[in-house]
Design a protein around this ligand. Structure first.
Ligand code: ASP
Length: 373
């Protein structure tokens, strides 16, 4: 981190020189700021941001500029990505660190833990002000939710990706990365949990989800984004309502393994063998991505009850993509000793359930976790 220290000293020297010579930028004078300035990136000292590269399309390359959706992901090193956006150096002192070079569909528990532990380590360093993680968009929402629940710091952590490789016409990675660094550098982003910045929007790691296979406007939160990034300004309009980071019961430094949690998807003529396979493979819980408001086909009730009888927790979720699964409505959860996800998507419910199971096996306590987070 010597590099950060040097740049900071240089920035301070330049700042004091400009103040002495009377050439301080108007943006340094609080009175000259417009109303939204509390969230604008006007700082006397540039923030020190570590950009951790994990791969994904933001590190992808296509054969031609017209390959916007067919390309190889996870090939460009993070330092090269950073160098391709020179504007970043005007807003922060950045340092790249390559932890993986993978498509995010290849994330597993081991990789997730390794990433989260490294982020935690970096956040403890006094000369690190924030972290940006370049990540594939496919599972960015799972990583964001996991970090949101397990990091013990109020420093900004921002996940970012892109839908098009840097080689494509209309590539979105450069601006997304620039915006992510802006958000991570801004003191207004402190204490808001893990954020996802893509397509001019700032989302909470709890809610963000990918909703389209190829469009740049793919990330959505059912309750809307927390804010926007516009013309270099970080603008927040909402706050995350559910506990995160410092307020949660998990600490990544104390988690070395996650229990196996399976997701079983519901469809007409679904095969109960999927439930049985999950039980056999050692899953401690099954997130049942049920139809509608967590409804379970008559031929699937017994296999799920049998799984619960073997000690495997059953969590009713919905495959619809949003909305609350109501307890004891479509199924008698109290009677079956099942759990409902509240509004959490199946893939995110898996993350929460795995974390919850590191602390308790009690159904009531597990249900509370879903209502709380
Ligand atoms: N499959 C890629 C990934 O998640 C897609 C992307 O990054 O947009 O790594």
């Amino acid at each position: 981190m010597k590099h950060f220290a040097r740049v900071t000293t240089l920035a301070a020297a330049l700042l004091s020189a400009s103040l002495i010579t009377g050439t301080a930028h108007a943006q340094l004078a609080p009175a000259a700021q417009p109303a939204a300035a509390a969230t604008a990136p006007a700082e006397a000292r540039k923030a020190n941001i570590v950009i951790i590269g994990t791969g994904g399309t933001i590190a992808g390359a296509g054969a031609s500029a017209t390959n916007t959706a067919a390309y190889q992901s996870a090939v460009v090193p993070v330092d090269k990505i950073i160098a391709s956006v020179p504007e970043i150096s005007k807003v922060a002192n950045v340092k790249g660190e390559q932890i993986f070079q993978i498509g995010s569909e290849s994330f597993n528990n081991e990789r997730l833990l390794k990433l989260a532990k490294r982020v935690s380590e970096l956040l403890k360093q006094p000369d690190v002000d924030g972290i940006v993680i370049t990540h594939g968009t496919d599972t960015i929402e799972e990583t964001a939710y996991f970090l949101n629940l397990t990091l013990k710091s109020d420093k900004p952590v921002v996940v970012v990706g892109s839908m098009r490789p840097g080689t494509a016409l209309g590539a979105d990675g450069a601006l997304n990365l620039y915006d992510a660094v802006l958000v991570a550098s801004n003191p207004a982003s402190k204490g808001k949990g893990t954020l996802a910045v893509l397509n001019d929007e700032i989302h909470t790691g709890r809610d963000v989800t990918k909703s389209n296979t190829f469009k740049t406007e793919t990330f959505r939160s059912p309750f809307g984004p927390l804010g926007y990034v516009v013309e270099g300004r970080t603008l927040f309009y909402r706050l995350p309502a559910r506990p995160h980071t410092l307020q949660t019961q998990w600490d990544i430094d104390k988690i070395d393994k996650l229990p196996e949690v399976a997701v079983v998807y519901a469809y007409g003529n679904a095969n109960p063998a999927a439930v049985e396979a999950a039980v056999k493979s050692g899953a401690k819980a099954i997130i049942y991505a049920a139809t509608g408001n967590g409804s379970v086909g008559d031929y699937m009730v017994e296999p799920l009850k049998a799984a619960r009888a073997k000690g495997v927790h059953i969590v009713r979720a919905s495959r619809t993509g949003s909305g609350v699964v109501v307890r004891n409505a479509e199924q008698p959860d109290d009677k079956y000793d099942w759990i409902v996800t509240d509004d959490q998507l199946p893939q995110k419910a898996r993350i929460l359930m795995a974390l919850a199971l590191t602390q308790t096996n009690d159904t009531k306590a597990l249900q509370q976790v879903f209502w709380k987070y």
